[in-house]
Ligand binder design. Structure first.
Ligand code: HEC
Length: 335
């Protein structure tokens, strides 16, 4: 039964195949067929047959050509697409800068907190280097207490700065030593002064910079370590520096963190090319997201509590349903 039916199927398939072949031939050679018919009608059979054969050959050749053409066009299109894609990527990089790679930040794990020693060193890098041009307006001295320094240390640090306050009893502004409640000092009184001192470019406030840029932490790290000689054929205007990670490739900030330069309290850690950018980025990440450690701790607590709640809920449900699920109802119909 099975054999006969499979034989029937294969026969049907063969028939279908031959039908479609015939149909294809008719489609490919309609003019030849027409010519044959016309010749037959006029009686000159041999001439007509020769003409039909010739046409058939032509058709055959043109059939081959018609395959070559799309193949050529396809190959051309592929090359053009590849070219355009690489051009688009190049343009994208020129417009938006080279995309920064992912770096393994010690605080990026699910359960990991900031490395607070890095925040402390990062703050030292900021105040010794970056604070000459960049403000951090959102940050107050008190924010550093318990995070990177003790209260005494921060008070001392704040007292070293002069803060304008006032008016006093005589109606005058006066200078006093800084307190815990004061913001970190700004390098320039306003944007105009900042631009004037930096050749027209504005050093942005760094309080939220790791949030304000795409892929922030990796971007700032790459930016600080990404300075190099411009490639052949690229010229950078006077006062700008080549940096492939900066959109446009030319940045008005000179390279800040080369080897050496900054002094640290803990001398045993060498300030190398990558360690200082790592510290400053950890510091900037903390500044932009100071709740990070608490947030993760809170998450862990909630997961723990919700697990207990889930376990209790499952137990309670089974307990309540047990008599109902184990009940047997017997209908004893008499007659
Ligand atoms: C000499 C002044 C100066 C110092 C010091 C300086 N910067 Fe800058 N920075 C600038 C200027 C100017 C710009 C704006 C660049 C531009 O728009 O071309 C800038 C821009 C930036 C940007 C933003 C780039 C962007 O995507 O817009 C970051 C981030 C940055 N600086 C980080 C730092 C860090 C971190 C330090 C300390 C290690 C530092 N800067 C030290 C002048 C400075």
């Amino acid at each position: 039964m099975f054999r006969s039916s499979s034989g029937a199927i294969s026969r049907a398939l063969k028939q279908a195949a031959s039908r479609s072949q015939v149909a294809a031939e008719q489609q490919v050679l309609p003019s030849a067929a027409v010519a044959t018919q016309a010749a037959q009608a006029s009686g000159g059979e041999t001439v007509a047959a020769a003409a039909a054969q010739q046409q058939q050959q032509q058709q055959h050749q043109s059939g081959q050509r018609s395959w070559k053409k799309p193949a050529l066009i396809g190959a051309g299109a592929a090359v053009a697409t590849a070219g355009l894609t690489s051009l688009a990527i190049a343009e994208e990089e020129a417009d938006h800068g080279l995309h920064a790679p992912e770096f393994p930040w010690s605080h990026s794990g699910f359960f990991s907190a900031y490395d607070h020693a890095s925040i402390r060193r990062g703050h030292q890098v900021y105040s010794q280097v970056c604070a000459a041009c960049h403000s951090m307006e959102q940050l107050h001295y008190r924010d550093l207490v318990g995070v990177a320094y003790t209260e005494e240390e921060v008070k001392e640090m704040a007292a070293e700065t002069e803060v304008e306050d006032g008016p006093n009893e005589e109606g005058e502004q006066f200078e006093r030593p800084g307190r815990l409640s004061d913001p970190l000092p700004r390098p320039y009184p306003n944007e105009e002064a900042a631009r004037y001192a930096n050749g027209g470019a504005y050093p942005p406030d760094l309080s939220l910079i790791t949030k304000a840029r795409h892929n922030g932490q990796n971007y700032v790290f790459s930016l600080l370590t990404g300075y190099r000689e411009p490639p052949a054929g690229v010229t950078v205007r006077e006062g700008l520096y080549y940096n492939p990670y900066f959109p446009g490739g030319a940045i008005a900030m000179p390279q800040m963190l080369a080897d050496g330069g900054t002094e640290y309290e803990d001398e045993e850690i060498p300030a190398t090319m990558s360690s200082r950018p790592r510290w400053i980025v950890t510091f900037l990440s903390w500044a932009a997201e100071p709740e990070h450690d608490d947030r993760k701790l809170m998450g862990v607590k909630w997961l723990f509590i919700l697990t207990l709640v889930l376990a209790t809920a499952v137990y309670y449900k089974r307990w309540k349903w047990a008599p109902i699920k184990s009940r047997r109802i017997i209908v004893d119909a008499v007659n």
